[in-house]
Design a protein around this ligand. Sequence first.
Ligand code: NDP
Length: 294
Amino acid sequence: MEILNGKVVSQHIKEEIKKEVDQYKLAGKRAPHLVAILVGDDPASQAYVASKVKTCGEIGFESTLVRYEADIEEKILLEKIIACNADKDIDGILVQLPLPKHISENKVIETISPAKDVDGFHPSNQGKMMLGLPTFIPATPYGILLMLQHYGIKTSGMHAVVIGRSNIVGTPMSLLLSRNAEPGNCTVTICHSKTKNLKEICLQADMVVAAIGKANFVTADMVKPGAIIIDVGINRITSTETKSGYKLTGDVDFTAVSEKASYITPVPGGVGLMTICGLMKNTLLAYQNQCNKS
Ligand code: NDP
């Protein structure tokens, strides 16, 4: 069994991006600029945004963190996005999800200019991805593809089982794995909470992508020997072992499943770090597109 090490791969990708950014700066150009918008004080969202902003600093991007109270009016948030859309010195906009209930996530996503939608959630970008046109690929599936590529894992012909059908992870992941590309060319089964015989389906999988949001949901008896296991889940479970009183765990029972898998991503240290790489690569692309226009 080999661990798919998000730390190592993301470090490598970040160094590559930084080299490219240094070249732009040497040529007298400004740095790529990502604006991150955080609404409320959910601890997980704060941690995700903080690591995105920190990564921007590491790779030479400019970043701006915009924070609003949880009870902010939707209108104010939309106006801020519209202002960022119009600002030529901003390349990428990310609004950390989930948002408070009184704000429409769909409206927010649709207000972000598709050219700056570096999370790849805008319907126009999701549509382009479905058609195989150049676009921003949602950051988590993109990060997983980068991970598979880095390890030289050839997925062609595999049966991939994706558990979870969200618009940001499960659905785009299943589309990307099924397309005629490498990584890709998988036969994909997408599962969700209404799926019957989930265990039997998983046992047929050469690769399982778990994006459910339930700690240790995928157990060793659901996994075929030699399968590749991609654990997207980030679950906070209470723990007496940590100062904070909680620890992060994935959707996969890592200890038991790693004894059967050929490759497996850990949590933390796996897909989460790759998601940030996907976001940074999208921001660099948005910057390059904007530079080519002006
Ligand atoms: P959602 O809650 O939007 O989707 C969860 C999916 O899991 C749904 O499609 C749901 O089915 C399915 N599901 C729930 N229970 C079952 C079950 N018993 N059997 C089969 N399927 C089930 O979550 P996200 O896709 O946003 O996120 C999933 C996980 O990944 C979370 O832990 C999240 O924190 C994490 N995440 C991690 C990221 C990273 O960078 N590592 C990035 C984004 C998310 P149904 O549609 O029927 O309700």
